[in-house]
Design a protein around this ligand. Structure first.
Ligand SMILES: *Cc1c(COP(=O)(O)O)cnc(C)c1O
Length: 435
């Protein structure tokens, strides 16, 4: 399988190359040349496969023969080592809990797989790699934990000062060894801009062996398709139409779901649920992609004004807006609505949902309401553990939200970060002197 750049279909590289460079040298994002298809009988007998077997089955097709089967089995068994349970709330509604990994967010799936794949290639080549990653909250910690203590790989995490929660910041800034947290005086989009600028800056990108670990890395995206199949496996009634609502920011998670569908997974509709950052719902409505500055919300991992994976979604449907509109519904909900969603989830189902999942829930309810769909499998992706957003949930529900042990431990540790402005030259100098 070859991978092409979204800026130039002729720019083809191997899986290894696509993973190790992150972004293509022409600034495009890598896409698989074809989306591998599963045979129908795989989905018909899906229940007999474990989550790891599903992951292996899918990963093999993207990796081809670049990684041996036994190495890939090792990668999958360390990367996909926690479950993705589908919690059934009623006949129509289930929650896919994606927060059972080390940092309590779905990004653990992508980050861990990518880290293991990169470790594999770095070992083979005997090189040192410097990874830059911009985060709006959860990416950074997932990546940091995924790569923690990996020989030959250093990780620099850029996060927007004052714009991530205390818990997220503690997760980002309390690892040592090969992990460095950079506190940028700017927004997430500034962090992302600095990272992108570094990659196209020949003075440092080659010399410092820079690589990316954002959702733009294809090795982050591929494993996110695994749990869509795992969710389908757990559905009780597979004959009903299935609608999946994805709380979205940079659109990596949604893109992975669309890829799973292209692989043959029978999903009738995807919903890109947005908070007050409305670039994607506006795009779905008008067909025009107009990036905006991001605004802060309760579901802060979705505060993205220029979602980088949109070009991949366009690629998947040959830039046809009508095809995209056919596959995806999108709607935005503000913080008041989000609070209402948290409350309604608890009142109706006794389920404690985090602000991101609440936006997903609201979008699903709105869609089926508008379309008058009454008998369906609705799946809301719960992308983070509610304990990460304890304050707002406790305020709304007047209950105590428990923090899982693995999170409580990092809250007691000393924060370590380096402050930088959003100026590119300052950032560049830092990378030259430290990486
Ligand atoms: C990153 C994140 C999202 C958004 O996912 P994208 O792939 O960027 O669209 C949603 N919820 C949580 C908790 C996240 O960490």
């Amino acid at each position: 399988m070859k991978y092409y750049s979204t800026n130039n279909k002729q720019n083809l590289v191997s899986f290894e190359n696509a993973v190790m460079s992150g972004l293509a040298n022409d600034g495009g994002l890598y896409m698989p040349e074809t989306i591998p298809k599963f045979e129908k009988k795989f989905f018909n007998s899906i229940e007999k496969f474990s989550f790891q077997e599903i992951a292996l089955h899918a990963a093999e097709r993207f990796v081809d023969n670049e990684i041996t089967d036994s190495d890939l089995i090792n990668i999958i068994s360390t990367a996909v080592n926690f479950p993705a349970p589908l919690v059934r709330l009623n006949d129509n509604l289930s929650i896919l809990e994606l927060f059972h990994g080390p940092t309590l967010a779905f990004k653990d799936f992508g980050a861990r797989f990518m880290a293991k794949v990169m470790e594999h290639f770095v070992k083979k080549k005997n090189i040192e790699l410097n990874i830059l990653v911009a985060t709006s909250g959860d990416t950074g910690s997932a990546v940091a934990y995924g790569f923690y203590d990996t020989p030959g790989i250093n990780v620099f995490i850029l996060y927007p000062k004052g714009k991530v929660s205390v818990i997220q910041e503690q997760q980002l800034t309390t690892l040592d060894k090969n992990i460095t947290a950079l506190e940028i005086d700017g927004t997430f989009d500034d962090c992302q801009r600095l990272v992108k600028a570094a990659f196209v800056d020949m003075e440092i990108s080659v010399r410092k062996n820079l690589s990316s670990a954002n959702s733009i890395n294809i090795a982050r995206l591929i494993p996110q398709s695994f749990y869509y199949i795992e969710a389908y496996k757990q559905l009780e009634n597979k004959s009903k139409e299935t609608i999946i609502s994805v709380p979205s920011g940079n659109l990596g998670n949604l893109t992975a779901g669309l890829i799973a569908k292209k692989m043959g997974l029978p999903i009738s509709k995807f919903i890109g649920a947005a908070n007050n950052n409305k670039v994607f719902p506006e795009y779905i409505k008008s067909g025009e992609f107009i990036p905006q500055p991001s605004v802060q919300t309760l579901s802060n991992a979705m505060d993205v004004g220029n979602p980088s994976n949109l070009v991949r979604i366009m690629e998947l449907y040959s830039n046809s807006i009508s095809r995209i509109q056919n596959e995806i519904y999108s709607e935005s909900f503000d913080d008041n609505a989000t609070r209402y969603g948290i409350k309604e989830m608890h009142d109706k189902f006794g389920y404690i949902i985090d602000p991101h999942g609440a936006v997903g829930y609201l979008a699903l309810q709105s869609y089926v309401g508008k379309k008058n769909i009454t008998d369906y499998n609705g799946i809301v992706l719960e992308t983070a553990h509610p304990g990460k957003f304890k304050d707002v949930i406790e305020e709304e529900l007047k209950i105590n939200v428990e923090i899982p042990h693995r999170l409580a431990v990092c809250l007691t540790k000393q924060k370590k970060s380096i402050s930088l402005s959003k100026n590119y030259n300052e950032f560049k100098e830092f990378i030259i002197s430290s990486a």
